[in-house]
Design a protein around this ligand. Structure first.
Ligand code: 4AD
Ligand code: MG
Length: 467
């Protein structure tokens, strides 16, 4: 076969130099036609769109033609031609075809219309579907948007450790990391496990957040963000929780809660605008396929200011709804942690707009949040989104050394684990704020997918770590 340098399909579909000899490589999506001619839809992942190959069967070897089945991988030389019927502007009149990889007939993606549940069971192949091609191209673009947004604003990308000995959120949902032999655990006299001979000489886990280390960086670099994998062993098998997810955590010296809220709003809007600008083919596909209101919803969020509301006011609205007959599964009262149904009521039914809820009761939030004068609430902020619920959690941080130590003690966070964190409050402390955006929750919103397992290539959830 003549050696011609490959053109990606995304580029090919934009060309109009008809008559040029081109090479395309990709996987067969469909093949149809007659005894004389075959129409082959080829996709190479560079775009959701296929290129149509037209093959005059008389020109090709019969045995080779038999191998051109759905899923097979081809390299094709041919003439770029103007197309009339393929739905695209161009097609390729095949001159030479090489089957790089035949596909046997047990290939599970023979026909269209598999359920998302079924596709999860073949996560090694699902990127080859239109839906997951679209989702993962959008996922890439959102990661780029994250870096663009912060880089343009002078934030530094800071890498925080994945293995840690401190529980930032204090929620005790950590995966332990050990090299000890679990069949022969050494115990101390009091029955507790002796970590002296473990790899780190102490109990270690996978991180639930890079925030504490991020704060250290903000106290020198000023504005930083982290973007990395995060692990939580919460046994909640919901469409919004993963055991392994990606989180973006900006942290900014001198920002107070108001500026933190504005940063969060600007950040989300920037990402959504980026998706509409860079991924419209994929978003349009998902809109038509799964969720007819997707694009409308994205544009709506861009054009509205987020509502800002103290938790106490939010609870009043919810209590009023209950007294007007609205039923919730979980009870609502001042002091209760809001369930997803409460958050979505505020966003989808009451305000019909994203809401930033602030000033939560200190009992339901982490030890590091700045305590308000009232002695009851902390300067927390959760950004609540339609269809998602909580998409961002953050706060202004307690910068006062004594107050922070006391709160850590009250909440059972051992000083020996966080002495280095407490040190920042002794050595030139400053007001500062930050938040965490769940990357997959953002992707749920941008793609319109409804299960978080469908926006990450290989989801980790309770009893599921295949692939
Ligand atoms: O509200 P969270 O727990 O906040 C923190 O971790 C803070 N340290 C962030 C900070 O202030 N720097 O988590 C932040 C976000 C949530 O709003 C949610 O979007 C996402 O992380 N998240 C999850 N996403 C998927 N699966 C899970 N199990 C998640 N847990 C939290
Ligand atoms: Mg939270």
């Amino acid at each position: 076969m003549e050696k011609i340098s490959r053109t990606k399909i995304v580029d090919l579909l934009r060309r109009d130099d008809f008559g040029a000899m081109v090479n395309v490589k990709g996987w067969v999506r469909t093949r149809r036609g007659s005894k004389q001619v075959s129409f082959i839809a080829l996709n190479d992942g560079s775009t959701i769109n296929n290129v149509q190959l037209v093959a005059d069967l008389a020109n090709f070897d019969e045995e080779m033609l038999k191998l051109i089945t759905t899923g097979a991988c081809l390299s094709v030389n041919g003439l770029l031609a103007e197309s009339v019927g393929s739905g695209q502007k161009v097609e390729v009149l095949a001159r030479e075809i090489e089957v790089l990889g035949a596909c046997d007939n047990t290939y599970p993606l023979q026909k269209k219309g598999h359920s998302l549940e079924f596709l999860r069971e073949i996560a090694h192949l699902r990127p080859r579907t239109n839906t997951f091609g679209a989702v993962f191209r959008i996922r890439h673009n959102m990661a780029i948007a994250v870096h663009q947004f912060f880089h343009q604003r002078g934030f530094f990308y800071f890498h925080t450790p994945i293995i840690t000995a401190s529980d930032c959120e204090g929620a005790g949902q950590m995966f332990q990391v050990t090299t000890m032999n679990l069949y022969d655990l050494k115990k101390k006299e009091d029955g507790t496990i002796d970590y002296e001979n473990d790899f780190f000489g102490k109990q270690a886990s996978l991180t639930v957040s890079g925030q504490l280390e991020g704060e250290l960086a903000a106290m020198s670099l000023g504005s930083i963000y982290t973007f990395g994998p995060t692990f939580r062993a919460e046994n909640s098998n919901t469409p919004r929780h993963l055991a392994e997810f990606w989180m973006i955590e900006p942290e900014v010296a001198f920002n107070e809660i108001q500026e933190n809220m504005q940063l969060a709003e600007d950040f989300i809007k920037y990402c959504i605008q980026w998706a509409l600008d860079q991924c419209i083919d994929d978003i349009q596909f998902l809109n038509d396929m799964f969720d007819k209101e997707l694009i409308e919803r994205l544009k709506f969020v861009l054009s509205h200011n987020f509502i800002r509301l103290p938790y106490t006011e939010g609870v009043k609205i919810l209590e009023e709804a209950v007294s007007n007959g609205r039923k919730f599964e979980f009870p609502i009262f001042w002091g209760a942690d809001l369930a997803s149904e409460h958050e979505r009521y505020l966003v989808e039914e009451h305000f019909k707009c994203p809401v930033i809820l602030t000033d939560y009761p200190k009992e339901i939030k982490s030890f590091y949040m700045k305590q308000n004068e009232d002695g009851k609430t902390v300067r927390a902020m959760d950004v609540l989104f339609p269809k998602i619920g909580e998409i961002i959690g953050g706060s202004q941080r307690e910068e006062n050394y004594e107050k922070l130590c006391n709160r850590a003690k009250e909440m059972g966070v051992p000083e020996k684990d966080i002495w280095w964190y407490l040190d920042t409050r002794r050595f030139g402390t400053a007001p500062h704020s930050g938040f965490g955006l769940g990357f997959e929750r953002l992707l749920l919103f941008v793609t319109g997918m409804t299960n978080i397992r469908d926006v990450i290539p290989f989801p980790r959830t309770p009893h599921n770590a295949d692939f």
